[in-house]
Design a protein around this ligand. Structure first.
Ligand SMILES: Cc1cc2nc3c(=O)[nH]c(=O)nc-3n(C[C@H](O)[C@H](O)[C@H](O)COP(=O)(O)OP(=O)(O)OC[C@H]3O[C@@H](n4cnc5c(N)ncnc54)[C@H](O)[C@@H]3O)c2cc1C
Length: 462
């Protein structure tokens, strides 16, 4: 057995965040006929925020959520849990996709984070929130140039950022791979995502939202003035339906034309001892991303584990439940990346390994697909950057659904859609080749670099 495999030998194939005695019991599933003024399909962050915002705006509105499994068991209970202000997958991505709307997107991102924080505080949601900032670390060729560009942009938009050379970065977090860093010190940090989802569930229930768990939508009927959503044991009729279904593509067959459902893998270590922590530094506990094309992200938990993620897979036909992710060997390579990043932690074992669905789009950020003459809307496409942006997606999705007079709906992010992505089998062939190339593009270059630059030209920001 290799050292990497030994480090995974006792790992549970389940998200660390969800493996918690604080997990609430399930609400009953839907049986029989029901009505709602607003129905939300999907009980992750997007669906929960939509229900809360709808109730806060109009307490008399009858709001229901149906969730296929348990609340927070989709992406929302599985992420790194790094908190950011951006609602467009970071400032650089916002600048790439909507340069002319950047000031408005910055305003919207700040307002969104304020609202996100206020709800957590007002309802005393205990989600281990730490405002420790986020840090992008430069790894390999071009990493520092990328950081410098990002730094200039962040300064221009008034962010409290510092650029760190190799020595200063090492003083923050010791890794032989980190050549430098950009630490964004405010309005970002880390959160326990499952505790956040469970807290939002409590808030939604306290506001009178009906939540039906273990209630997958299995069909849909358009009755003209209303939609009827069919489930295993019931039917629920509503004039407005928000599909908050992330990478699942429930609601309309066309949703998946713009979404590739990929899976991202994550590991959790055992809690580090004070001595192990002293080999690392990381006293400021930032959430960390690196600059590589196939990036890793990492953060500490409240009990000083390291959550380490970032190895994406795609499975034919947008399969969101591949058998491969339930095999420990799937996590070997990610564990290898962990030990390359932190060789001083060779004695650390992993307790949990899991994967989660990501709704990847060419835009890398939320978009809104309108269906059924405006009665239904899909809000998603966060592309792995939705811990706070989901509240924004929910809010804009609701405003579009309700036909609200909101000048922000005239901006391109709300009106336009990301490009179509080729169907199967081209999608699978393209995704597999891209992932193979990505694995070693930064070390080997060659045809891998050419392929990645071609994919880039097609509109995928790799
Ligand atoms: C591994 C990983 C790491 C990530 N790390 C970060 C991070 O550090 N920072 C960050 O900002 N973002 C991160 N993200 C992204 C973030 O977690 C997501 O963008 C966010 O949780 C999406 O929330 P959602 O409610 O849209 O989707 P989900 O939480 O996936 O909710 C969708 C729900 O819809 C339900 N559903 C699907 N089909 C049906 C149906 N037919 N009927 C009823 N219900 C249905 C599902 O069961 C699911 O619960 C990460 C994501 C992953 C997977």
């Amino acid at each position: 057995m290799t050292a990497t495999r030994r480090s995974l030998a006792d790992a549970t194939l389940y998200p660390f965040w969800l493996d918690n005695p604080l997990a609430p019991s399930s609400e009953a599933h839907l049986v029989g006929q029901a009505d709602a003024d607003l129905l939300i399909v999907g009980g992750g962050f997007t669906g929960l925020w939509a229900s809360i915002l709808a109730k806060q705006a109009n307490p008399g509105r009858d709001v229901a959520i149906i969730e296929a499994g348990k609340v927070g068991h989709g992406a929302s209970g599985r992420p790194g849990g790094i908190v950011s202000t951006s609602v467009m997958h970071g400032l650089s991505n916002a600048n790439r996709i909507f340069p002319k709307d950047l000031p408005a997107l910055e305003r919207l991102g700040k307002a969104n984070l304020d609202g996100w924080t206020k709800t957590i505080e007002d309802y005393a949601i205990d989600a281990d929130l730490e405002w420790s900032g986020e840090m992008t670390v430069a790894i390999g060729h071009g990493g520092m140039d990328e950081l410098r560009e990002e730094f200039e942009l962040a300064k221009r938009y008034g962010h409290n950022v510092v650029l760190l050379d190799r020595e200063k970065t090492q003083a923050e977090v010791a890794s032989p791979l980190f050549d430098g860093g950009m630490w964004s010190k405010e309005r970002s940090g880390i959160v326990h995502p499952a505790k956040l989802a469970w807290g939002l569930k409590r808030v939604a229930l306290s506001l009178g939202v009906r939540i039906y768990e273990h209630t997958p939508m299995t069909g849909l009927e358009d009755n003209g003035g209303t939609l009827t959503i069919v489930t295993h044991d019931g039917r629920i009729k509503a004039p407005k339906v928000l599909f908050a279904t992330n990478a699942w593509n429930a609601g309309h067959k066309d949703i998946k034309k713009r979404i590739v459902s990929v899976r991202d893998r994550v590991l959790a270590t055992e809690p580090l001892t004070q001595e192990q922590l002293s080999r690392l530094g990381w006293k400021n506990r930032q959430g960390i991303y690196d600059t590589r094309t196939q990036l890793n992200y990492m953060r500490l938990t409240h009990d000083n584990r390291i959550i380490f993620g970032g190895r994406v897979g795609y499975f034919f036909n947008n399969n969101t439940d591949p058998a491969q992710d339930r095999k420990i060997e799937t996590y070997d390579r990610l564990a290898g990346y962990f030990f390359n990043t932190f060789p001083q932690l060779g004695d650390v074992k992993f307790t949990h390994a899991w994967s989660g669905p990501i709704d990847l789009t060419m835009r890398l950020a939320v978009h809104f697909q309108r269906y059924y003459g405006g009665k239904g809307i899909y809000a998603g496409g966060y592309s792995g950057f939705g811990v706070t942006a989901t509240r924004f997606g929910a809010s804009i999705g609701l405003d579009i659904l309700d036909g609200k007079a909101n000048p922000d709906l005239d901006l391109d992010f709300a009106r336009t859609l990301p490009n179509w992505i080729p169907p199967e089998p081209f999608r699978w062939i393209g995704a597999k080749t891209t992932m193979y190339a990505l694995d070693e593009v930064d070390q080997k270059g060659g045809w891998r670099k050419l392929w990645i630059s071609m994919v880039h030209k097609m509109g995928f920001p790799l």
